[in-house]
Design a binder for this molecule. Structure first.
Ligand SMILES: NC(=O)c1ccc[n+]([C@@H]2O[C@H](COP(=O)([O-])OP(=O)(O)OC[C@H]3O[C@@H](n4cnc5c(N)ncnc54)[C@H](O)[C@@H]3O)[C@@H](O)[C@H]2O)c1
Length: 447
């Protein structure tokens, strides 16, 4: 099928590559000339496991085309995906300017019937706004054109995005058009073979489903962080509590890991956006406001431990920081907990020596050259001359490090772990003082 994807980001590029892989002809349109040029040279702008070979092979085979030519893009696609960013506005609500700009572009170049598919995460009612924008632009241009608008939110996880798109848990189609549903079922049929994963519903319910999913996951994390904070006060160990509650199938083990807060491009902005959407209809979303507030505080947690340990003075100290991306297997630093920690440490006069397997370039891009940031070639190199160590991302390669080396290299044998990677008892045996989230005695450094 002839498909066009507007927005070649984490969602658009992966979706486009996966659609091309099963045989669809996909044109990707982006306003970022640099990104398009690089993709044509085989340079993939993001790190996502399995993505590079998929993009390269389908580009070489001619199934995947990258362009800034919106007219060519619109004319090509019978199905047109909108997968552009929906960043938070000044007040935290989703900024729809990119989505609506694409809607105008589609109307401007529309040459035959189009199925316009909102894949970006957008507030309830956005499909109506897209429809109105397209109609308004067609009127303004004295053009006629037929089109459907569908909500088809994306549920991929960064770090596992290719697999998630190849083997989706569900394909949500919010539509009021039989024609559009038929076409989308056909488009996704290669990914829908084992059992029917397509769930159809009205457009508004589809739009809300995406927010509900992310807000539920964020709620689980903030809930667990709240219990971890309580565990610290009570002298309990959150890891025991986690095992204890996860064994209940109604609760389950997934997404109940305590830590130094959630980040990324989705949870923080989607929770905020739903809170603001709720406000706009006169409803106070109290649970979600708390989810956001707990997470905000949780991102300060490691810095609080550090300041408490050092009696509020880290001026001149050097921190070996492991992990910069907001979670493992991605280079995405949006809203990453590491950023809060680094920025607080810098404000307090400390030096950061950091390592991340994938997010070093992104860190350099975000912060540029500064005297209090050194990006090191290996995790071990961060230890050179460092006073203590902190961990912000649970990359696999951090899980079984050489503790003897850590102990001998650090000026003080001290680890602040925002992802609870190690056992406090073992750390004590190594002679390392270990602060983790919600691990009772370890927090007070008394093991
Ligand atoms: N990243 C995720 O894990 C994820 C998962 C599910 C849903 N989403 C949602 O998907 C949407 C996209 O997220 P992302 O992370 O891929 O964003 P991104 O920032 O990585 O990419 C967005 C792309 O859109 C391009 N763009 C902006 N305006 C354009 C225009 N007028 N025409 C063509 N291209 C344009 C930008 O240049 C950029 O390349 C968001 O609404 C997000 O909430 C993201």
């Amino acid at each position: 099928m002839k498909v066009t994807v507007f927005g070649i980001g984490y969602v658009g590029l992966v979706q486009a590559a996966v659609l091309a892989e099963v045989g669809h002809d996909v044109v990707c349109v982006d306003v970022d000339q640099n990104k398009v040029d690089n993709l044509k040279k085989g340079e993939i702008p993001i790190y996502e496991p399995g993505l590079t070979p998929l993009v390269k092979s389908n580009f070489d085979a001619g199934h995947l085309i990258f362009t800034t030519d919106a007219k060519a893009g619109v004319e090509h696609g019978e199905l047109i995906f909108i997968a552009v960013g929906t960043p938070p506005d000044e007040d935290g609500s989703a900024d729809l300017k990119y989505v609506l700009a694409v809607a105008e572009t589609i109307a401007t170049h529309m040459n035959n019937h189009k199925i316009i598919i909102n894949k970006s995460t957008v507030p309830v009612g956005t499909a109506d706004r897209v429809r109105a924008t397209v109609s308004g632009k067609l009127d303004a241009l004295s053009k006629t054109g037929e089109f459907d608008v569908v909500s088809n939110p994306e549920f991929l996880k960064e770090g596992a995005a290719v697999n998630d798109c190849m083997r989706p848990d569900r394909i949500i189609l919010g539509t009021d058009s039989e024609h559009a549903e038929k076409k989308l079922r056909e488009l996704y049929s290669p990914f829908n073979r084992n059992h029917d994963k397509v769930i159809t519903m009205d457009i508004r319910s589809a739009e809300l489903t995406k927010y509900a999913a992310n807000c539920m996951l964020a709620t689980k994390i903030s809930f667990m962080n709240e219990i971890a904070n309580l565990a610290e006060y009570f002298g309990a160990d959150i890891e025991h509590v986690r095992h204890g509650i996860g064994s209940d199938p109604r609760i389950g083990y997934q997404f109940i890991y305590p830590g130094c807060g959630y980040g990324g491009s989705c949870f923080p902005k989607d929770v905020q956006a739903l809170v603001r959407s709720a406000n706009s209809v006169g409803y106070k979303a109290r649970i979600l406001e708390s989810v956001e507030a707990v997470n905000y505080d949780q991102k300060e947690k490691l810095f609080e431990y550090i300041m408490r340990h050092f009696n509020n003075d880290v001026k001149g100290k050097t921190v070996a920081l492991w992990g910069l991306s907001f979670k493992p297997n991605t280079d995405d630093m949006r809203e990453a907990s590491s950023r809060v920690l680094m920025e607080r440490l810098w404000e307090a006069g400390a030096m950061v020596q950091a390592y991340d397997p994938e997010a070093m370039e992104e860190t350099q891009r975000l912060y540029g050259d500064r005297e209090d940031l050194r990006l090191m070639g290996t995790k071990e190199a961060t230890l050179n001359g460092a006073d203590f160590m902190a961990i912000c991302t649970e990359w696999q390669m951090f899980r079984a490090p050489d503790f003897e080396l850590i102990k001998t290299k650090l000026k003080e044998p001290l680890i602040f772990d925002g992802r609870n990677l190690f056992e406090p008892q073992r750390m004590a045996e190594y002679g390392l003082q270990y602060y983790a989230i919600g691990r009772g005695l370890s927090v007070k450094g008394k093991q």
